[in-house]
Design a binder for this molecule. Structure first.
Ligand SMILES: *Cc1c(COP(=O)(O)O)cnc(C)c1O
Length: 383
């Protein structure tokens, strides 16, 4: 038998053992080992997860609907409550697209859609920095696979010119806001490229942008005005929407094909109807969270400005890296910030390139500008 204990000890020795942190939540604060810290590592971008007004209003309504807390089945068997189809119809309408399909999570979506759609005549070309769930989906698909340098569309164009004639179709995959650098894709440039070739399918993951970007919160594709041009527009409900699950906007044909072939959709119990009702409740309110989006942009601009020259200039969103460089230095700085009441986490290679160990700030609308001022004055004093 493999010596798992030795592997764990090796991880410990190299300082890369992961543990599930024991934390408690108190609004925008996190409590850990008796210390109360402002949470600067949250995906609750609009601050909705801790809003008791929304929660109480929703729970009052839920009592009336009597929606169950489990679907007890895959949607293809007996789990297809009308709330799923209602939500899909609503979402398709809001995005002005033909069809929408819901999934249990972004991880299910990314590991299910690509293997269902790709075959031996398919090439998948992905940005170098796409999320692990997309990589897993690509590997599961068994399709031919290439990566282009991060946001380097000239490189992508060369790859497409060289490789695309040999395949029936090429799926180009990107995130809209990237998880680690917080920079954004130029979606219109990708749409242009797609139109320049006869056989390209464009796949965009809006996990970090849904709720946060666009005038009604529909994501970066809304902001860049190209929702109609992205074949496969994916997003999650677990971050800014403070719920759980994921969606795909696509054509009727793709939706029907996925219902017949996508394994995580077919072979997993559907999300609880009550959970879908909460997602729908938040999604319906999304256009009304303009104040939250504005506050998030305000604090993000401020932190980016203050971290200019050490990572702030890389970001174009509420995810902002503070690049420290060496692993040990990065850990010490994160610990110092935590002692001073700011919960932030070091991110090290191999998650990010060697020599770019960083503290990754992930801001929310609940954070105020004074907190950013305090944070950055501490950063400038310890560096
Ligand atoms: C968080 C994330 C996912 C996974 O979504 P879950 O709903 O948490 O499974 C997928 N893609 C990207 C880019 C993400 O950041």
């Amino acid at each position: 038998m493999k010596d798992y204990n030795k592997s764990i000890n090796d991880l410990k020795a190299s300082g890369s053992l992961r543990r599930l942190p024991e934390v408690e939540h108190e609004g925008k604060y996190i409590l850990k080992e008796g210390q109360r810290m402002l949470n600067l590592s949250s995906n609750d971008y609009l601050g909705l997860a801790s809003r008791s007004d929304l929660r109480n209003d929703f729970l009052d309504k839920l009592k009336v609907t009597k929606l169950p807390l489990s679907s007890t089945s895959s949607r293809l068997l007996t789990g297809n409550y009308t709330i799923y189809t209602d939500m899909e119809t609503d979402m398709a309408k809001r995005f002005g697209r033909e069809a929408c399909l819901l999934f249990n999570s972004g991880y299910h979506a990314n590991t299910g859609i690509l293997p269902a759609l790709a075959d031996k005549q398919t090439l998948i070309v992905a940005d170098k920095l796409v999320h692990a769930s997309i990589i897993d989906g690509i590997l599961l698909s068994g399709a031919a696979f290439q990566r282009y340098k991060h946001n380097d569309y000239a490189h992508l164009e060369r790859l497409l010119a060289k490789e695309s004639p040999a395949y029936e179709q090429v799926i180009v995959v990107t995130e809209s806001i990237f998880s680690m650098d917080g920079d954004t894709a130029d979606l219109n440039r990708l749409v242009e490229l797609k139109k320049a070739f006869p056989n390209i399918i464009l796949y965009v993951d809006e996990a970090h942008a849904i709720g946060v970007r666009g005038t009604t919160g529909l994501g970066l594709a809304e902001e860049q005005n190209c929702i109609q041009d992205i074949d496969l527009l994916v997003g999650t409900f677990g971050k800014a929407l403070a719920s759980m699950g994921a969606y795909l906007l696509c054509s009727n044909v793709i939706r029907e094909y996925l219902v017949n072939t996508m394994r995580p959709l077919i072979f997993s119990t559907a999300l609880p109807p009550a959970q879908i009702a909460w997602t729908k409740y938040i999604f319906d309110l999304l256009p009304s969270f303009a104040t939250e989006r504005k506050q998030l942009h305000k604090v993000s601009n401020l932190l980016r400005e203050k971290l200019k020259g050490s990572g702030g200039e890389i970001s174009a969103s509420h995810i902002i890296p503070y690049i420290v460089g060496e692993n040990s230095d990065c850990i010490l700085k994160a610990e110092e910030l935590q002692r001073k009441g700011f919960y932030c986490l070091p991110v090290r290679p191999p998650t990010v390139p060697k020599g770019t160990a960083r503290i990754r700030f992930s801001l929310t609308a609940a954070i105020e500008t004074q907190a950013i001022d305090q944070l950055t004055s501490i950063i400038h004093n310890i560096s």
